[in-house]
Design a protein around this ligand. Sequence first.
Ligand code: AMP
Length: 420
Amino acid sequence: MSTFKAPKGTYDLLPPDSAKFLAVREAIAAPLRNSGYGYIETPGFENVELFARGVGESTDIVTKEMYVFETKGGDRLALRPETTAPVLRAVLEANLHKAGNLPVKVWYSGSQYRYERPQKGRYRHFSQVGAEAIGAEDPALDAELIILADQSYRALGLQNFRILLNSLGDQECRPVYRTALQDFLRGLDLDEETLRRAEINPLRVLDDKRPDVQKQLTGAPLLRDYLCDACKAYHEEVRELITAAGVVFEDDPKLVRGLDYYTRTTFEFVHDGLGSQSAVGGGGRYDGLSEMIGGPSLPSVGWALGVDRTVLALEAEGIELDIPSATSVYAVPLGEEARRILFAKVTELRKNGVAADFSYGGKGLKAAMKAANRSGARYALVLGERDLADGVVQLKDMESGEQSAIGVNEIVAELESRLG
Ligand code: AMP
């Protein structure tokens, strides 16, 4: 061990487990690529104001969890705690929304940083795959995103997840509800901080997980009963479209999320095998965000799925992903000349698209075969002194144990045909 350890609240992705993370990212990305979403990548840090304005001044993410620093040049930056605001910033900056093809549909994959209290499923560095559809107000777009996330999870084999759905209303109906909720909250027995929160952002009090608070919230007014006709019709259509697609969901009239920018459609994917950190993904519509960061009106919708928690969900359900072995052929040279010849063959195999590896470090036969086994390779190639003299190499099928001599010049063709 070295003097150093991974920072608190972080962990390293190491082989072979890291293959699971790649497979999860790929499973989430595949349906998006297939549905008109283009890949976008933004910096790991942004001007701190982007998050303060975008995510919301009163949210936990902004007040407590951001990694903020000042550069030598005097810029105030923050490691990104989420990627929706950065994506919108990038789209506006590049004028993608003016190219005449709305919505702009993009997906991303990357690290997020939040200074949270670490526990299982909650880290200070974690990874999300996300999708954003920018610049269109159409319930089919909200439905598309929910259906695609559902499809990703199903493709991974997950079953014990639930989709919670709510509407947060818009600028017309939410303020009326906000006032009603505030009146209700003022009458409760709440601590000072919660009362303050009720004044700044009362909807977030609904999200309070403490049982004594939840108990008092039983009779709270519900946004559902305050939605304006337009929001009601919009929400009803989203529900119908995802129902028609066979997606099962639960209406959750108390669902709010930890970010201020959501309007109308809001949803969360929760997994029942994860304990307290049960949210595996979430998202919704954020019609006001563009204007909050100085852009034009661009109604949009998106989600982010947590890769770390999705991997935990797979483990909770005992799902083993079918990850093909990385190496197909493992070459074992015995002696100097064999080493040169086999190394050249391995290079040739790789050029031909065959995944091949090589026994390095002058290992003896026994240790080298052990390594071949561990690599998961279907075939081993062993080249010894006697084989050299005969111009052949031993080809061993690691599954059946069968071994046969083939000509050194036939290696590539033979393996290509055997591996299909
Ligand atoms: P959010 O950006 O807060 O809406 O979160 C979206 C998803 O990211 C969550 O459902 C989690 O899967 C994941 N996530 C959020 N915060 C963390 C964290 N601290 N550690 C691990 N995953 C997280």
